[in-house]
Ligand binder design. Structure first.
Ligand code: HEC
Ligand SMILES: [Cu+2]
Length: 313
């Protein structure tokens, strides 16, 4: 019945995913059984006890003790068994092993930011090693978001002023999509992130190469990569269309009106300030929703983004 499972859920990607699926399928089959039993009996009784003549009177039956015990006790046993199975797999999914790679997750409108124990930060994309439990410690900078990875069968609210956590044990290499499952505003559907589950060796390589690659890549190319991987692209287009934020097309050298009535020439200093302190000058006609990238970008990465924006003519 694997085809039936795959219709309902993406392929399991974590150690407890198939446990969740087993229970789900058990409930599905119990429901299917009772649906057929009840609908079948209903149809049969409609036919069996149909009215035969105009003055027919049905016998008065007030109760049937045996029948009532049967239809109370059997469902009771079923739900108690389901409760224990469910409680058991819930505890397996909630209580993680002590030895886990801990990653901080911050949800904010409308990006996911991840921070590794060594200080490496990424936006909307993470790499984790296969066969090692990972624990996410999550919080929100603004509204309630919800961290949802369908193929891992985990979902947890991400709240402001409070940490929530979840863990999973990826069992196979591959790419998984995680998304925000709590409507959090206009850019809600942009809160998509990729979870790359890779081998231990590839993971280490990625951790080191992150830096190596950044050091050697030409500025404009690095800028393009950051534009896509750091989430700028979700709010800023390069083809002139308006998103949450203004397009980057042709802005370098323009004069822009700010919300407070002043006019600013878009030069390198303004671009830099816009990235590090987006709240300092708010462009008129836009909301002050851009997250700060202070501390998130290395000096060379800031230069690369500025270079990239200047190149959008
Ligand atoms: C959540 C949406 C969002 C993200 C992500 C975002 N921005 Fe913005 N950005 C905005 C908005 C909205 C404005 C306009 C309001 C303001 O000035 O703060 C803006 C303004 C700017 C401006 C000034 C543009 C102008 O025409 O005056 C620059 C430059 C900029 N962003 C660069 C970036 C870069 C580079 C990144 C990625 C590292 C980025 N932004 C990520 C929403 C975003
Ligand atoms: Cu969200």
């Amino acid at each position: 019945m694997n085809w039936l499972r795959s219709l309902m859920m993406p392929a399991p990607g974590s150690s407890y995913a198939s446990e969740v699926d087993d229970l789900y399928m058990l409930i599905f089959w119990i429901s299917a059984f009772f649906f057929l039993l009840i609908a079948g009996l209903l149809s049969y009784f409609v036919w069996r006890y149909r009215r035969r003549s105009a003055d027919e009177v049905t016998p008065h039956i007030s109760h049937n003790f045996k029948l009532e015990v049967v239809w109370s006790v059997i469902p009771l046993i079923i739900v108690v068994v389901l409760f224990f199975l469910g409680f058991n797999s819930y505890m397996n999914a909630r209580v993680g092993p002590g030895e886990a790679l801990e990653i901080q997750v911050r949800g904010k409108r409308w990006v996911w930011e991840f921070e590794y124990p060594d200080g490496m930060r990424t936006l909307n994309e993470i790499y984790i090693p296969v066969n090692r439990p990972v624990r996410f410690v999550m919080s929100s900078e603004d509204v309630i978001h919800s961290f949802y990875v369908p193929s891992f069968r985990v979902k947890m609210d991400v709240l402001p002023n409070r940490y929530t956590d979840l863990w999973f044990h990826p069992i196979e290499e591959g790419v998984h999509t995680m998304l925000c499952a709590e409507y959090c505003g206009r850019g809600h559907s942009d809160m998509l992130a990729q979870i790359h589950v890779v081998s231990e060796a590839k993971f280490r390589e990625w951790q080191e190469q992150g830096d190596e690659r950044m050091r050697t890549m030409p500025l404009a190319e690095l800028g393009k990569m950051l534009y896509e991987s750091r989430g700028c692209a979700t709010c800023h287009s390069i083809d002139g269309t308006r998103r949450e934020g203004p397009t980057f097309k042709g802005i370098y050298g323009e004069s822009h009106a700010m919300r407070d009535g002043s006019t600013v020439l878009v030069d390198e200093n303004y671009l830099r300030e816009s990235i590090l302190e987006p709240q300092a000058k708010i462009r008129s006609g836009y909301e002050a929703i851009m997250p700060t990238f202070q501390g998130l970008l290395r000096e060379r990465e800031i230069a690369a983004l500025i270079e990239f924006i200047k190149a959008q003519k």
